[in-house]
Design a protein around this ligand. Sequence first.
Ligand code: NAG
Ligand code: NAG
Length: 360
Amino acid sequence: MAIKILHSFVATTLSLTTVLANAQTSAPLQFAGVNIAGFDFGCGTDGTCTSSGAVPPVSQLSGIDGLGQMQHFVNDNGYNVFRLPVGWQYLTRDQMTGVLDETQFANYNMLVSDCLSTGAYCVIDIHNYARYNGQIIGQGGPSNEIFAELWSNIASYWKNESKVIFGVMNEPHDIPSITTWAESGKSAVTAIREAGATNQLILLPGTDYASAKTFVSSGSADALSTVQNPDGTFTNLIMDVHKYLDSDSSGNNAECVTNGIEEAWDPLATWLRANGRQALNSETGGGNVDSCVSYISQQITYQAQQSDVILGYIGWSAGSFATYYVLSQVPSYIGTGWNDTLLVSMAMSPKTNLLVVSVV
Ligand SMILES: *[C@@H]1O[C@H](CO)[C@@H](O)[C@H](O)[C@H]1NC(C)=O
Ligand SMILES: *[C@@H]1O[C@H](CO)[C@@H](O)[C@H](O)[C@H]1NC(C)=O
């Protein structure tokens, strides 16, 4: 890095001015982390999950060592947040209800407790695409009351844990009415706050798979900006956005083709600032290839320059995925230590990018 600045200085003083200006305006991000997936395995984008499809990243449940992964990410990389996806059906043992199954919830809580034990923040993510078995919450599927009951039961359990973050829903899409979806979001917020979780962050996702790129143009921003806490404030209600950098923005391809800045992050940051709101990028990633190292680095650098409105990023994904999964951020245990994927070690790790508050 020092060599680059010196080179700019030799080349033109303008370049040096630019480099320094950027450095001065970029404040550290509050959050960096990775998804610890597995309790969501078996969930389709139509919200069909089966509890038997889950692959818990918990060694006591015969799974991989999710705790070891998280301890490594905190201790060796400086990560400070993990997102813990789970299917609604897993928590209720395949019943369309807000009532938690005691055993299933205890299993999921093993992962949440493991996460909290590292000192990191832990995002509870209901990974259901705004649906239950093909039907949309509040729009033909489970009522807002059932959805609120689910969140009330979850929030009452962790109401005293300041490091639990409530991720209301993973990736809504093809939602007939975005304003009606905002009402479903509001019923979750009300339930969480009234359960006694009065201060924790709550993440609110828009449609189009929580797209950062279309958050404003889809109407998600306007609709979700009406969601308030019961006391009428917007305190700690954070917009939840995803971004993949491959050619079709799907996260299915190894190669990255964009840093997402012009198409997504710039218009999003402008809207957030104008409206006094903030967002968290709770899924992003790419293959373990040079194009993604480069574009993800650019994306994170830009996010850090907008850290007044963008709180941080969470990679997709570690946890129960195979190390050969195209978007794997799963570390490998080799001999006496953990070895990170190319993308984590070269771009996403706060120890590498020095753009996250826990490491700066
Ligand atoms: C939360 O804290 C309150 C007050 O200290 C206590 O009465 C309550 O039992 C706690 N609840 C849980 C679920 O830990
Ligand atoms: C560690 O991971 C890197 C990719 O980040 C890989 O190139 C290297 O071969 C791995 N080392 C071992 C010992 O497996």
